[in-house]
Write a new protein. Structure first.
Length: 419
């Protein structure tokens, strides 16, 4: 089902501060369950490169007719109650009703041309807002505004800019390049939330020092939940606007640092249970490094595609700072004790999962070898997300084994061991 839509350039400069830019509405095809779809093409006024209106992407729709000159019924719906105007439901019938309502505005012809233009502009703005709310369809990478261009191996399936949080959150249930990124960390976040709550409500009898141990393991859960929730939120609202994308990308990167710092806390606590001094020193060092990573991730350049490798390097480096306490632990406990009671195998598996994820992310594998084939599923960022959740779970498993060992051994310490 297609619908007649006026095409032409629309310039928004007033009313809603979010709606600023050049847009063109082209009649589109039906995009499945959402009903009629229209291509919403956005040209960022600050963009200097690709013109999204390139001939390849935009067939000529004939003489341009400004929506402002839809003479049959271009009146502003000044008499429509406020709640009606706010209702951005997908129902196509409503559009017709509103058009009818707007026709009732008898005072329109008596207005000055400037006032007519102003009212018509608001009407169009409202219509465009509805398009953002639910009737968008995915667009190719090369028509994205610069601030949405991240991975040029993902050729199609991108969300257009949608300066509406409601539209962004609705897009969680649509299929596009970010669907997998959102759901992997949304489900991971819920999983760790449930696991964390279950752990916190374990009977105190299962711990040597219940409050202390629950706080220490709680820090790990807090880091994991913050990381995963910042991540799925970032991927959800990434297409809102340049400003929102920047703020949430910084939160996303900070979340990775929180996960790494939080992972160190219970591991150092149990591994150096009998050597509190080195445990404390390592904790301070990892906190300083983590805060340094958070600080650098607040710089705008850090989120740009050119710094993808640097980003991966910063967080892998932060994780690899654990090599020093690991060597300390292995030397003081011996390899056998470190791998059996010290759960070194799980720690190595966790490191392997995180580093593999970071390498896939930095090198953009597999989409690098199959451009356009991994647009929706199995692209590097999704694999990286899955490996982060798996790595965090493996770490939790190792830490809970360490906790069980401590419970079995009791609170006492041997003369020269760290464990
Ligand atoms: Zn991500």
């Amino acid at each position: 089902m297609a619908r007649s839509v006026p095409s032409g350039w629309i310039i928004f400069t007033h009313s809603r501060p979010l709606v600023t830019g050049h847009f063109k509405l082209d009649e589109g095809e039906t995009s499945g369950a959402e009903g009629p779809a229209f291509v919403l093409r956005h040209r960022n006024l600050n963009s200097h490169t690709t013109d999204p209106m390139s001939p390849r992407e935009t067939p000529n729709t004939g003489p341009s007719t400004s929506p402002l000159s839809t003479s049959e019924c271009s009146s502003h719906n000044a008499n429509v109650p406020e709640d009606r105007r706010e209702n951005k439901d997908d129902d196509g019938e409503e559009d017709k009703e509103e058009e009818d309502d707007s026709c009732r505005d008898e005072g329109f012809m008596g207005m000055t041309p400037l006032l007519q233009a102003h009212h018509a502009m608001e009407k169009v703005e409202e219509f465009v807002h509805k398009v953002w709310e639910g009737r968008w369809r995915v667009i190719p990478h090369d028509v994205l505004p610069d601030w949405l261009k991240d991975n040029d191996f993902l050729l199609h399936g991108h969300r257009p800019p949608m300066p509406s949080f409601r539209a962004c959150f609705r897009s969680i249930f649509r299929i596009h390049t970010e669907t997998g990124n959102i759901w992997t960390h949304l489900l991971g976040c819920l999983f760790f939330l449930c696991l964390g709550l279950m752990y916190m409500f374990r009977p105190n009898i299962s711990f040597v020092a219940p409050v202390q141990e629950k706080v220490v393991i709680g820090v790990f859960f807090l880091g994991a939940i913050l990381c995963l929730s910042f991540s799925w939120l970032f991927h959800t609202v990434y297409c809102h606007s340049e400003g929102v994308s920047k703020v949430f990308s910084k939160l996303d990167y900070s979340g990775i640092a929180f996960l790494i710092m939080g992972s160190f806390v219970p591991w150092l606590y149990y591994s150096f249970y009998c050597s509190p001094q080195p445990c404390f020193i390592y904790l301070i060092v990892v906190c300083i490094l983590g805060l340094a990573a958070i600080t650098v991730s607040q710089c705008d350049f850090f989120a740009t595609p050119q710094y993808r490798g640097v980003r991966a390097g910063v967080f892998v480096g932060l994780g690899l700072s654990g090599v020093v306490p690991t060597l300390h632990f292995v030397i003081s406990e011996g390899l056998i004790r470190a791998t059996t009671m010290g759960q070194m195998g799980w720690l190595l598996l966790m490191a392997t999962l995180y580093i593999t994820g970071a390498c896939l992310y930095a090198a953009r594998i597999p989409e690098r070898f199959f451009p356009g084939k991994c647009d929706i599923w199995f692209h590097s960022h999704q694999l990286f997300h899955i490996l982060v959740v798996a790595g965090a779970f493996v770490h939790f498993h190792g830490v809970s084994n360490l906790q069980e060992f401590r419970y079995t051994a009791g609170g006492g310490c041997t003369e020269d061991g760290a464990l």
